[in-house]
Design a protein around this ligand. Structure first.
Ligand SMILES: Cc1ncc(COP(=O)(O)O)c(C=O)c1O
Length: 410
């Protein structure tokens, strides 16, 4: 079978739009007009290295729509902590217009959202960390989680410019933050009579929503703790949303599913109807002809059992690629799956090119994203997609597009 190498996106742009025909120009015109620095795909003349992360806003919109469809009749708070799971909060904001609000943990990021004139609900998932933050929260209309009696006391004594929307967090077995079930009614009673509180909600966070038996017990605890309390409820994260008929609730909090990765060990993002939002792209910057018994990289972690070619990719652990990714971890070269050969170093990873004879210096590489789920790379590296997405390093340039490379090649 002949495989046609897909040119990297920036190469396609460098060759000029003229040669690509009307369909391509139509797609190119749909690129977002805002933020000129990011409007065009990277220019190879200006790029120090060929590595970049492409963020596909159309995929994010589609995943948000998937969350809505999966949890009809509920409000959707898109979880955007950790800089939108590493995608860049300001960058993805235009694709979250259909969300009823956002949820995060970093106060500075929430303040920035208000400065950007984001007007919908913002929920602070870890609440406030000190009493002095309360007036700031109130001024900016931030909804806050309250998870212990000390925070209740702070709200009771605070004098605020306007009262806050408060989410009372119930500890249903995660044992990180949250009121014990026996404390919930008392906390609600005190909060409902505090002038600092405008409205109450009840919430919990599943510890094991991704496991078959992970929902029933915490829901029993939550229902018991909240019996008779007439407040809207927020229960489900991404895994819970996919089990919505069991979970229920009034407000859902999808995170990882929005970014196109799976919350489950066995159900892939594709099976769940999710599209990858971030694609980490690079190129081959070197090709080595290995003889049998020659090794590659630090620690000689890979030794060739036969002569073959090895490709060197501009991406390493200083870019956020997991250093502990073992030999065999999947990578796409020219759109074909190849295997890591050798230990990832700070700036480079190396792959076995046996199955891609056409590969050469400059050939396109996908480390994860379109064509290679981040979850596959994560599972090879004994971690989760969440960690890889959040860990892309500051030195990696980001590019925003409305479409993916597949669309661009129509
Ligand atoms: C309280 C809370 N709700 C929702 C989420 C979103 O979870 P997920 O990314 O698994 O959908 C998180 C993320 O950890 C969270 O801490």
């Amino acid at each position: 079978m002949t495989v046609v190498a897909r040119p990297a996106l920036y190469t396609m742009f460098a060759r000029g739009l003229r040669r690509r025909g009307a369909a391509f120009r139509r797609v190119a015109r749909r690129l977002p007009p805002a933020n000129p620095a990011e409007r065009l795909l990277p220019d190879p003349q200006r790029m120090a290295r060929p590595l970049y992360a492409q963020v596909n806003l159309a995929a994010l919109r589609a995943n948000l729509a998937r969350a809505r469809a999966q949890a009809p009749g509920t409000q959707v708070l898109a979880v955007v902590k950790a800089n939108a799971y590493g995608h860049g909060l300001a960058r993805v904001l235009p694709a979250l217009e259909d969300a009823d609000g956002l949820a995060l943990v970093e106060p500075e990021a929430a303040y920035d959202l208000r400065e950007r004139r984001y007007t919908r609900r913002i929920l602070m998932l870890e609440g406030f960390f000190a009493e002095r933050e309360l007036p700031e929260f109130a001024q900016r209309r931030l909804a806050t989680v309250v998870h212990d009696m000390e925070q209740v006391r702070m709200l009771e004594t605070a004098v605020l410019p306007r009262p806050l929307e408060v989410f009372v967090k119930v500890n249903t077995g995660m044992n990180r933050l949250g009121f014990r079930p026996s404390e919930v009614a008392a906390a609600c009673t005190r909060l409902s009579s505090s002038p600092s509180v405008a409205a109450l909600r009840l919430m919990m966070h599943f510890a094991r929503a991704d496991e078959d038996d992970g929902i029933a017990e915490p829901m029993k605890v939550f229902d018991g703790a909240c019996r008779g309390l007439p407040y809207p409820r927020s229960l489900a994260n991404s895994a819970g949303i996919f089990r919505f008929p069991e979970v229920g609730g009034d407000i859902v909090r999808p995170g990882i599913m929005l970014y196109g990765a799976t919350p489950f060990a066995y159900d892939t993002a594709d099976m769940l109807g999710l599209k990858p939002v971030m694609t980490l792209r690079s190129t081959l910057v070197g090709v080595q002809e290995l003889k049998a018994n020659e090794s590659v990289g630090y620690g000689a972690a890979y030794t060739a059992s036969r002569p073959h070619r090895v490709g060197v990719i501009a991406c390493g652990y200083a870019d956020g690629y997991p250093r502990h990714a073992p030999n065999g971890t999947p990578v796409l070269v020219c759109g074909r799956k190849v295997r890591m050969a050798g230990r990832p170093s700070m700036d480079m990873v190396t792959v076995d090119l046996t199955d891609v004879p056409e590969a050469r210096v400059g050939s396109p590489v996908v480390l994860w994203g379109e064509g290679l789920p981040v979850d596959d790379v994560a599972s090879a590296a004994a971690t989760v997609g969440y960690e890889l997405l959040c860990a892309v390093a500051p030195r990696v340039p980001f590019v925003t597009s409305e479409v993916g490379s597949v669309d661009l090649e129509l």
